[in-house]
Design a protein around this ligand. Structure first.
Ligand code: HJL
Ligand code: ZN
Length: 203
């Protein structure tokens, strides 16, 4: 089937477009997917949850909402979501089942608000190795330096043993959606930034 990593990133971009534009953050979309084998995206994949920036009350991030939504459905508080991910229950601890997080932007390693960064929420799903938690993160663009300078998300994931991979191809579209609420600097070519994603043919 035509399902690919980029198809998932594109679906996350549609989620990001639901986020109310703000000058103080990025509009991001995230999806949690259960994959039954190493082969990569297939029709057998199961979408476990989705989330987008500010979907849930408070100053919430896409990855945070995605995990929080899943935890709520499974009746546990967000910080215990690792316990209820499919890769964690004994019955399905077979190594071929992977829990994948797709997100349009690299998970944050630091937040100006001081709230818990998404990298820590991702790492926490493993409860220090007690659960398999999230196995791998695919993202469409590294975080721009707008708020926190050089992003540390990827380095922190690597240090925690969480695999990650940048899936290129939609950077311009992702950044246009992510920064829609930001002040446009003079002289910046605001032409494309206003481009409506639906007007950009997907192929
Ligand atoms: N991966 C990711 N998903 C999001 O949903 C989101 N909004 C950001 N944004 C990262 C950016 O660094 C922070 O939005 C700023 O650092 C401000 O921090 P707050 O959002 O107010 O906690 N990054
Ligand atoms: Zn975040």
């Amino acid at each position: 089937s035509s399902t690919s990593h980029l198809d998932y990133i594109r679906q996350c971009l549609s989620l990001a477009e639901k986020s109310p534009p703000r000058p103080s953050n990025f509009r991001v979309g995230a999806m949690l997917v259960l994959r039954r084998d190493e082969a990569g995206p297939t029709d057998d994949d199961t979408v476990l949850s989705t989330g987008y920036t500010l979907e849930l009350p408070g100053n919430t991030h896409a990855e945070q909402c995605c995990l929080s939504n899943y935890a709520a459905v499974h009746g546990v508080p967000e910080d215990r979501v690792g316990e209820v991910l499919p890769s964690s229950s004994s019955s399905s601890s077979d190594p071929t089942r992977k829990v994948i997080l797709y997100v349009t932007m690299e998970p944050c390693g630091q937040r100006l608000s001081g709230n818990t960064p998404c990298v820590q929420r991702i790492i926490q799903t493993r409860q220090g190795g007690k659960y398999r938690g999230i196995d791998k993160v695919y993202f469409g663009v590294k975080e721009p330096g707008t708020f926190v300078g050089e992003s540390q998300g990827c380095r922190m994931l690597t240090e925690a043993g969480v695999e990650w991979e940048h899936i290129g191809g939609l950077e311009k579209e992702i950044l246009a959606v992510a920064t829609a609420g930001h002040e446009k600097k003079d002289g910046e070519n605001s032409g494309n930034v206003g481009t409506n994603i639906d007007d950009i043919s997907p192929e």
